[in-house]
Design a binder for this molecule. Structure first.
Ligand code: PEP
Ligand code: MG
Length: 873
């Protein structure tokens, strides 16, 4: 029989996949003899079984839950639903990877009309008992039965008003009894049934709700952003309640064993006296720093510090702990590896190596490669910021600088982000429902909440700048304005946030490139020692190339030559070339383009100082270049000595129903070989000149795009070789050069063995390969992919994370077939996937020589390539 339920004492840290991270750590801490409120874990397999059976919990699982509960009752000396000493439990989700705030929690479960009396008698505190009961009814209705919290707030506020009370704490036990009565009426009205009086029914419904929450939209979104497979499922933790809200000798808090923003090796945390856990996380009250606890309760503080150190030493990583003090007794509710900024991650990794606690390899494995992105994000222009006076300041919750227009809810923020605006989301406090709006924002400002509030934790994880807990802000979310420092800021106005200092400024302050700390170089150096995969960059200009070199790029894997013509003074020239009706006119237009192109190539070769450079020949999807605006057509007509109507007619004749599958890539060179000639001339002349002038060992790599057939490649290659040889002769040079192809059409993968006969190298263009393998346009897929995520058809965007099952199979096959023909064939990837860590690992595993990605993602790829080696050891 499958074991679906484990008591804490039956598990340990090695059972993470089955028990979830939270459950496995609770089990481990129990083994270590720490003060953990006991409980049991319903496994991730039970969650998967629930979905496999069409959302049904089997009798077998129910029976095991019941047995575990009986065991817990025995252990605690309490009974579920008892009228003297009732057992109360919390229900929390806990997946294999931590997903903070993504799934729902129920506290105080087990309270009923009878149990609340028992609880009141036992604690001698009826006020507290009824307060717990009303919280439970509201939370249960919200999380389990999906009745909105606001329905209950109406009753709550009405009682407060009737009694003339402004603070919740002034409500008496009788007031709370009245509120409980009102809440039960709301429950009945909304659901047509009484609030359940059988705690076992409450328990089962809550466990089912946690299973169900694994598939709520915000969990699906979080998984997509963090590469967490839906097949993992979540475990459910059922844990005896302890109470931090039993008066001034109780409290609750959250602490990190090192500073999660900076990595500083000092315990860092916050707590609230007389509060329940959710109060700290939700940021409704602003908490005290942990150091205050030494004054408030010195023995508890000592005990806490002892356990914090013990846990960090045990797990050899920075821990994020939740604790509760119930009447001066400390309990640890959970521990996990703490989320941290990239800056802190590097600091902690280096410190742990220096402290002799972990090896360099372990340090490399620990760092979330994607998070390096944060370090590479902008700060403010120093001069401008020094001359600016903040209008306010609050907690520096997530580092980085951000400037943008203010929006007051997630939906508006997302819409503005989609319009391409820079957005600052301003909220009273954030909640998990805000996640998409937060993600669309450059910065987040909240009125409430500490450093461990939802906004802070989530923003840090996302690398979005965040300033939290700014109580001076007078916010009106409904009318969309806020006041601060004597200013009134309305929706659409610009503000600037410094998530590193906590300062808030009026207006749009310019930002500058990110700075990188010494730890960064150290970690990158370790990664470079380990990795075998090379990392190149996609760069179209000398500036991009120089930037990429700073980030450690070892070459250029893709220069998109059509991108060299996006600038306003150049675009008319390429349009002229595209719209030419005769070979002579085209050649004349090309003559105008050559100097630009050659100059750019020279600039790139100079910056790259002999590192490999792959130049991809023209691949302009025509719709990006053919003019549509009247003024552009008029200007072009004048320049070409034609009438407006003639140019317009030519543009119309070039119209394609599906430009992405149209007359682009090598098809252009097949119809107009003079284009390939011109580009070859520019590449070769530039390379020979820079080689002669600077002495770099340059071997140009010419790459032909969109090839699907060996003869197609051969046709273009013959033009290239003929021109290149002519240039060499003219310039009296013996320079070597390579001609290769992109592999970005499924047919090219199928026939890679033949294509390899004509190619010196392959570079996988996984943008087009994804488009053509899935059969949906890379420009339009965004319009419908959301529905695919919501319906769990796809878990991630196949244009961001390589579809290893499908597209990956083609890549693997083409690599094998290519190398079967030519064992020395050089293989790379230059689609956007080249900077995605999971794709980097895939590329390592299938034996590519290099990945190529945008300059800012080069460090991510370097780290991911090292992790790929370590993961395969
Ligand atoms: C690709 O298709 O993956 C590629 C790199 O080329 P482009 O994005 O320019 O089509
Ligand atoms: Mg392509």
């Amino acid at each position: 029989m499958t074991k679906w339920v484990y008591l804490f004492k039956e598990g340990d840290a090695s059972m993470r996949n089955l028990l979830g991270g939270k459950g496995a750590n609770l089990a481990e801490m129990t083994k270590l003899g720490l003060p953990i409120p006991q409980g049991f874990i319903v496994t991730t397999e039970a969650c998967n079984d629930y979905y496999a059976r069409g959302r049904q919990v089997t009798d077998e699982v129910k029976a095991q839950i019941s047995d575990a509960l009986a065991e817990l009752e025995k252990e605690q000396g309490k009974k579920f639903g008892d009228n003297e000493n009732p057992l109360l439990v919390s229900i929390r989700s806990g997946a294999r990877a931590s997903m903070p705030g993504m799934m729902d929690t129920v506290l105080n479960l087990g309270l009923t009309d009878v149990a609340v009396e028992g609880f009141a008698a036992r604690t001698g505190n009826p006020r507290f008992a009824y307060d717990s009961y009303r919280r439970f009814i509201q939370m249960y209705a919200d999380v389990v039965m999906e009745v909105s919290k606001e329905k209950f707030d109406v009753v709550f506020d009405a009682v407060k008003e009737e009694k003339g009370i402004s603070l919740d704490t002034d409500l008496s036990a009788d007031d709370l009894k009245e509120i409980v009565k009102g809440f039960k009426e709301v429950y009945k009205k909304e659901l047509g049934e009484d609030f359940p009086q059988d705690p076992r029914e409450q328990l089962l419904a809550s466990i089912t709700a946690v299973f169900r929450s694994w598939d709520n939209p915000r969990a699906i979104y979080y998984r997509r952003m963090n590469d967490i497979p839906g097949s993992w499922g979540t475990a459910v933790n059922v844990q005896a309640m302890v109470f931090g809200n039993m008066g001034d000798t109780s409290g609750t808090g959250v602490a990190f064993t090192r500073n999660p923003s900076t990595g500083e090796a000092l315990i860092y945390g916050e707590y609230l006296i007389n509060a329940q856990g959710e109060d700290v996380v939700a940021g409704i009250r602003t908490p005290n720093p942990i150091s205050h606890l030494e004054e408030d309760m010195p023995e508890v503080y000592q005990e806490f510090m002892r356990i914090a150190h013990l846990l960090e030493d045990h797990y050899k990583d920075m821990q994020d702990m939740e604790f509760t003090i119930e009447d001066r007794k400390l309990y640890i509710l959970q521990t996990r590896s703490g989320k941290r900024t990239a800056h802190a991650a590097l600091q902690i990794a280096c410190d742990l190596v220096d402290e002799g606690k972990i090896t360099k390899e372990e340090a490399i494995k620990r760092i979330d490669a994607k998070s390096l992105d944060q370090m590479l994000h902008p700060g403010f222009d120093d001069k401008v910021i020094k001359a600016s006076t903040p209008i306010g300041s609050a907690l520096p919750a997530s580092p980085g600088a951000a400037a943008g227009r203010v929006y007051f809810n997630a939906e508006d923020a997302k819409k503005a982000g989609d319009r391409g605006e820079r957005v600052i989301l301003v909220r009273l406090e954030t909640s998990p429902e805000d996640i998409e709006g937060m993600h669309a924002s450059k910065g987040i400002l909240t009125v409430r909440g500490g450093m461990t509030s939802h906004a802070a934790v989530v923003a840090r994880g996302m690398g979005v700048a965040c300033v939290s807990g700014c109580a001076e802000v007078g916010i009106n979310e409904a009318d969309k304005y806020f006041t601060l420092g004597g200013e009134t800021i309305k929706e659409g106005d610009y503000i600037s946030l410094d998530g590193t200092t906590g300062n808030i400024y009026l207006g749009d302050i310019p930002t500058v490139e990110a700075g990188i700390s010494g730890n960064f170089d150290r970690i990158m150096h370790w990664a470079d020692e380990i990795r075998t995969l090379k990392v190149r960059t996609n760069a179209d200009t000398p500036t991009d190339a120089a930037n990429a070199i700073k980030f450690g790029a070892e070459g250029i894997g893709l220069t998109r030559t059509e991108h060299m013509f996006f600038e306003p003074d150049r675009i008319p020239k390429i349009r002229k070339m595209i719209l030419s009706s005769t070979a002579e006119a085209r050649e004349a237009a090309l003559e105008e383009l050559i100097p630009f192109q050659k100059q750019d190539f020279k600039g790139i070769y100079e910056v790259m100082e002999g590192r490999p450079v792959t130049i991809r020949f023209l691949d302009p999807p025509l719709h990006e270049f053919v003019p549509t605006a009247k003024a552009d057509i008029e200007a072009l007509a004048k320049d070409m000595g034609l009438t407006y109507d003639e140019v317009k007619a030519k543009c119309d004749s070039l119209h394609e129903f599906n430009p992405m599958m149209g007359h682009r890539g090598c098809r252009l060179a097949v119809t107009y070989p003079e284009i390939a000639k011109m580009q070859t001339r520019a590449v070769m002349e530039a390379a020979i000149e820079v080689k002669n002038e600077r002495g770099f060992n340059i071997i140009p790599e010419i790459m032909i795009p969109l090839v699907g057939e060996k003869r197609e490649l051969k046709f273009v290659k013959d033009v290239v070789v003929e021109t290149a040889e002519a240039v060499k002769k003219e310039m009296n040079s013996d320079i070597e050069y390579h001609v290769g192809t992109m592999i970005e059409i499924p047919r090219a993968c199928l026939l890679a063995n033949e294509i390899a006969e004509e190619a010196d190298f392959f570079s996988f263009g996984t943008n087009d390969l994804t488009q053509m393998t899935f059969g949906f346009s890379r420009d339009d897929a965004g319009n419908f992919l959301d529905a695919y995520y919501e319906n769990k058809i796809y878990e991630s965007d196949p244009f961001a994370r390589l579809d290893q099952d499908g597209v990956g199979q083609l890549v693997k096959m083409a690599a094998q077939k290519g190398r079967a023909t030519k064992p020395e064939l050089k293989l790379g990837i230059c689609g956007e996937h080249g900077g995605d860590p999971s794709t980097v690992e895939f590329c390592h595993n299938v034996g590519l020589n290099y990945v190529s990605c945008s300059p800012f993602r080069v460090p991510i790829a370097r780290l991911a390539a090292a992790q790929a080696v370590l993961n395969n050891k």
